[in-house]
Ligand binder design. Structure first.
Ligand code: SIN
Ligand code: CO
Length: 375
């Protein structure tokens, strides 16, 4: 199935099983590497177990001796944001970039022992569940009754009646739209990658937008200054909110203005903000000339954790908005779409004003890297 047929007929509408979506799949991380990630405090990890008929949820970091034995069944270790730390996982995620980056969230990889899983549940977002090693039995249901068992540490459906079921082998993949009930149980040890999406909630966006708008001072001088009440008369009802205060604030709020371009600028800034756990690796300061030489020789790539977006007028990187002239915008858009510029593309950028300075600044922040040598 082509990405366009998938987006037209399936995406956000109905589940789809794709046998051998990734033939001869190589797990992006080994079990050992996944366990090492789960031991880091800048990585979000969870341990879900179902021992003696009880669900238990623990949060990482976990050292290997803190995990149950691999011979014990019914537990599962879930590591969020593997794409932020590992190039192979980032490359796996990039295969799903037929969906815009603004909708892509992260790659979560789970390791489970026999019988392990997180129980029957539903998620609020679209997900591709790609089997990377071993086997997992998936059961799914279109049920609309989505009540949860109360007082459990994780979301488990109180009634789950499966309508379809399959055993997924390495390379097989199951797509599920939001709110679709599912339960995946490991058959022997296995690893599953969840390519997850995000869809901003309007109410949450509105709060962030108003905060952003009030800081865009240049366009909203109406908000400059403070309430002043020279000439206010003495009061005998001191607890009463002054009517003048409410009137003045209402007037200033009414002067707040925005247009579609500002909404787009806000979205680019907000949606390119790195996740709170992300720490970019600081690199040893190198002079601009040396950086330029390396970039011309090897090309540049965005760091796996960098988020780059653009709209008609702006380029956004990790929560910063830039308004580049057209000659620069062309290269920045290419960098955002491909996440890299080849050596010859960098060569074409060298003559452009300020671009190498900007790349150098981003490199020092850890946002942009010299491309790794191809082997
Ligand atoms: C898992 O990998 O065990 C859980 C994925 C999911 O059901 O969302
Ligand atoms: Co799920």
């Amino acid at each position: 199935m082509t990405p366009s047929a998938f987006m037209r007929d399936i995406w956000h509408r109905k589940p789809l099983l794709i046998r051998q979506a990734v033939p001869e799949i190589v797990p992006p991380v080994s079990r050992e590497a996944l366990f090492e990630l789960a031991d880091r405090d800048d990585v979000e990890s969870r341990l879900v177990s179902f021992f003696r008929n009880r669900w238990k949820l623990e949060h990482g970091p976990f050292s290997e001796d803190n995990l149950p034995s691999r011979k014990t069944g019914k537990w599962s270790l879930l590591v969020q944001g593997v794409n932020l730390h590992d190039r192979a996982a980032a490359e796996l995620m990039s295969q799903f970039r037929f969906v815009p980056d603004a909708r892509l969230d992260d790659v979560m990889i789970s390791y489970a022992t026999d019988g392990g899983g997180v129980g029957p549940h539903f998620d609020s977002y679209d997900v591709f569940l790609l089997q990377v090693s071993g086997r997992r039995r998936w059961r799914i249901s279109s049920q609309t009754k989505l009540d949860l068992i109360p007082d459990l540490p994780l979301k488990i459906l109180s009634d789950f009646s499966a309508e379809q079921e399959w055993v997924l082998e390495p390379g097989d993949m199951l797509y599920l739209p939001p709110q679709y009930a599912h339960d995946g149980v490991a058959e022997g040890e296995c690893m599953t990658a969840s390519i997850g999406f995000r869809a901003p909630a309007y109410r949450e966006l509105a709060g962030h937008f108003l905060a952003w708008l009030s800081e865009t001072v240049a366009d909203n001088e109406g908000l400059d200054g403070r309430y002043a009440d020279a000439g206010e008369s003495a009061t005998s009802t001191p607890a009463q909110l002054p009517a003048n205060l409410a009137r003045a604030v209402a007037e200033r709020l009414q002067s707040l203005k925005w247009n579609a371009g500002m909404v787009s600028e806000f979205l680019g800034t907000h949606l390119s903000e790195p996740k709170p756990s992300v720490q970019f690796d600081e690199i040893e300061e190198i002079p601009l000339r040396q950086f330029t030489k390396l970039a011309r020789t090897h090309g540049v790539v965005l760091a796996p954790a960098s988020v780059a977006l653009y709209d008609r007028t702006h380029f956004f990187l990790n929560g910063e908005a830039y308004e580049p002239p057209a000659s620069l915008a062309k290269w920045l858009r290419r960098l955002a779409d491909r996440r890299q510029l080849t050596a010859s593309e960098v060569e074409a950028c060298v003559a452009l004003p300020d671009l190498m300075d900007t790349f150098h600044d981003w490199a020092m922040e850890g946002w942009l890297q010299i491309a790794p040598k191809r082997v």
